[in-house]
Design a protein. Sequence first.
Length: 87
Amino acid sequence: AEDYNTATMPHVKYYDYEKWEMEEYAKRKREAEEAAAAKDGGGGNVALDELRHREEMAQRAKRRRVEEARVTQFGMTAEKREEMKHQ
């Protein structure tokens, strides 16, 4: 409780969460690549394949959200946008 009263957080991730998240992501990716390289044969790429699949799905979802926002924005008339601003 004292940590919060002095405005200090107990873990580094609370200071810059995006930076911490990217470092964790890079660490997991590096571990998956090392695990794939350490295994002999074709079965070692499962973790790396799963990581790549997750990356691809995240990129698709982001593109879909951007496209939906674009369609919504262009689907509105200027009058409708102005009306929404004044609500």
